[in-house]
Design a protein around this ligand. Structure first.
Ligand SMILES: Nc1ncnc2c1ncn2[C@@H]1O[C@H](COP(=O)(O)OP(=O)(O)O)[C@@H](O)[C@H]1O
Ligand SMILES: CC(=O)N[C@@H](CCC(=O)OP(=O)(O)O)C(=O)O
Length: 268
């Protein structure tokens, strides 16, 4: 199965045009590939926490998660956002099933930082691949909220990019991380450029120098993590430029590709 995991960040969810959902439905109907959606919801969680007067902060792009924060993150992502995406896909004639990592133990996780200050934040250890395959075989598009569950039945909050990478890695699928920026950007000699492709070494160097910071850190690290087996690249794309998504699907340059090796090196 040729699977494409599309991760939609909270930064773009409210702004994605109907044509985006139309494209995702067409990918499946025309047998171009099997789409799976994993979503985030950072800005919406921030808004709900603010309204409830609950403080939250981030460390290297990950939200410090107390029980109270987890309950709000689950309500926002597994409730409101997940069902809106399912509805939008179905408006375009698709069939979609919304689930979180808790359902069918879809995303089994362990605390990412058991001794540290991140609290109830997880990283995925196992993906229930057979449920995802069953859903896709029955003609539906899985839509996954990144709240997950540990072996004791406790829920954990997972960064959406990390959850998407775990799903892509488990299914040997391509990964497209869709956000509100044209790719990984850098100010070079006073000019803002977008990198076409980046390797692991370049990414680590740009994190260390502060060029890549905040929410971009889990994004680039997740894109790297998903590279496995036959999958040689993942991509960071701009959801606000639907033509970039089209270009990527057509195999043209768009956004920033995260690669094992640079293209010119691969051809040597
Ligand atoms: N080098 C970089 N290029 C582009 N964006 C960057 C970079 N470093 C940090 N960022 C930040 O990362 C953000 C994207 O991450 P995030 O807000 O978590 O997105 P999403 O909600 O879509 O997952 C950008 O809006 C930008 O503020
Ligand atoms: C642990 C952790 O940081 N979880 C994230 C989950 C949402 C997310 O990742 O949203 P975006 O994709 O919009 O960034 C959070 O609570 O914000």
């Amino acid at each position: 199965m040729n699977i494409l995991v599309l991760k939609m960040g909270g930064s773009v969810l409210a702004k994605l045009p109907d044509s985006f959902y139309e494209t995702v439905v067409a990918l499946k109907k025309q047998n171009i590939c099997e789409p799976i959606i994993v979503h985030g919801g950072g800005p919406e969680i921030n808004k709900a926490l603010k309204e409830l007067h609950v403080e939250s902060k981030f460390v290297d792009g990950l939200r410090v998660t107390t029980k109270e924060v987890l309950d709000v993150a689950e309500m926002v992502m597994s409730g409101s956002i997940n069902k809106k995406i399912v509805a939008n896909l179905q408006k375009q004639g698709g069939t979609a099933i919304g689930m979180s990592g808790v359902d069918c133990k879809l995303l089994q996780a362990v605390p990412i930082d058991p001794e540290g200050k991140l609290g109830l934040v997880g990283q995925v250890e196992q993906v229930n691949v057979s449920w995802l395959e069953t859903i896709m075989e029955h003609g539906a598009i899985p839509v996954i909220s990144p709240i997950s569950i540990d072996e004791f039945g406790e829920r954990l909050n997972i960064n959406g990019d990390m959850a998407a990478a775990a799903v892509a890695e488990a299914l040997k699928a391509k990964l497209a991380l869709i956000s509100d920026i044209p790719g990984v950007m850098e100010n070079v000699s006073g000019k803002e450029i977008v990198h076409d492709q980046l390797t692991k070494e370049e990414i680590e160097e740009k994190i260390a120098s502060g060029v890549i910071y905040g929410g971009m850190i889990p994004k680039v690290r997740s894109a790297l993590k998903s590279l496995s087996g036959g999958i040689q690249e993942s991509v960071i794309l701009n959801g606000l430029a639907p033509e970039d998504i089209k270009k990527y699907i057509e195999g043209k340059q768009a956004g920033t590709k995260v690669v094992m090796k640079k293209e010119e090196e691969q051809h040597v």
